[in-house]
Design a protein around this ligand. Structure first.
Ligand code: NAI
Length: 308
């Protein structure tokens, strides 16, 4: 099955690399507006095939969307990333135009495509794709929770001084520094609630470091991260192509779930061959419900800046 990745920059190239290396897709088509860039990245990746042992064909095009025809999944990473000190929300002006145009081109050539939205501000960009693409609700998935949950697990393992594979945890709500909601009440170490091991101060440290995880890396790197975002997307694409039906927190259009409607926010969902197969409603504490509602209010305000 064919996967298209639009934007062959840091995140797009990382996505393509992980997808190719995991060998579950027949072809990955990289698309970029910069002349020759996607072709070059694709050729470089293909020259790793014999070294890394994969058979996925990676091709690139300078925005010739006929090459993307028949894609099962398309990942939108095109747009500008933030610089140190910027919020994701500040990217809306440029990225909304890019995401809308890219979506139109993708749907024209792959009317049944499942779109994974990565470009920031992601919850708002996912909402834009819902409002402009004409695709069914289950076919539009925002990537944020998979990455933020991985960052949460990294910080949990650090605080608990244990291997990352011992911990489990999930981040829901908005993909923003203030709107992220790491669910400490549900996080576990080998099945035991982490609240039994971490005092309030350590819990607050983990929550805060998770929420500013992207900003911390942007400060260190001078631009936003790419390895973990690419890996997070690859897990989502694999769950669709291989019908793994994994439960992954994703930014999805809500219709009453978690008390919200007409907004894309991060919630756990079963991701399989049809895209979003089911939104899973987990019980939240009163404090978590309040934080979820506050995050929704902030995302709604950003959505208000969209011009369709
Ligand atoms: P980048 O600047 O390295 O790559 C973006 C690429 O998009 C560039 O190569 C550019 O030429 C291309 N592009 C721009 N307009 C285009 C168009 N109309 N058609 C095709 N290609 C086009 O940026 P990076 O670091 O890869 O980030 C991409 C986006 O992903 C940013 O908006 C960033 O904020 C977001 N991001 C989202 C994450 C998430 O968790 N949702 C995590 C990390 C980044």
């Amino acid at each position: 099955m064919k996967v298209t990745v639009v934007g062959a920059g840091a995140v797009g190239a990382s996505c393509a690399e992980y997808i190719a290396m995991k060998n579950f897709a027949s072809e990955v088509v990289l698309v970029d507006i910069k002349e020759g860039f996607a072709e070059g990245k694709a050729m470089d990746l293909m020259q790793t095939a014999s070294l890394n042992g994969f058979d996925t064909k990676v091709t690139g095009t300078t925005a010739d969307y006929s090459k993307t025809a028949g894609s099962k999944v398309a990942v939108i990473t095109s747009g500008i990333p933030r610089k140190p000190g910027m919020t994701r929300e500040e990217l809306i002006g440029i990225n909304a135009g890019i995401v809308k145009e890219v979506t139109e081109n993708l749907v024209k050539h792959s009317p049944d495509v499942i779109i994974i939205v990565v470009s920031n501000p992601m919850d708002t960009m996912a909402y834009l794709v819902h409002k402009t693409s004409g695709l069914a609700k289950n076919k539009i998935i925002g990537m944020g929770g998979a990455l933020d949950s991985a960052r949460f697990k990294y910080r949990l393992a650090e605080a608990l001084e244990c291997p990352i594979s011992d911990v489990d945890g999930m981040v829901i709500a908005a993909h923003s520094d203030t709107g992220m909601l790491p669910l400490m009440s549900k996080a576990t170490r080998n099945g035991v609630p982490v609240t039994e091991f971490l005092d309030a101060e350590k819990q607050a440290y983990v929550e805060e470091e998770t929420k500013v995880g992207g900003a911390t890396l942007t400060k260190l790197l001078g631009t936003s991260a790419w390895y973990a975002p690419g890996a997070a997307v690859s897990v989502m694409v694999q769950s669709i192509l291989c019908d793994h039906k994994k439960m992954i927190p994703c930014s999805l259009m809500l219709d009453g779930e978690y008390g919200e409607s007409d907004i894309c926010l991060g919630v756990p969902a079963i991701i399989g061959k049809d895209g979003v197969e089911k939104i899973v409603e987990i019980s939240l504490t009163d404090a978590e419900k309040e934080k979820f509602a506050t995050a929704a209010k902030a995302v709604r305000e950003v959505n208000g800046d969209l011009k369709f």
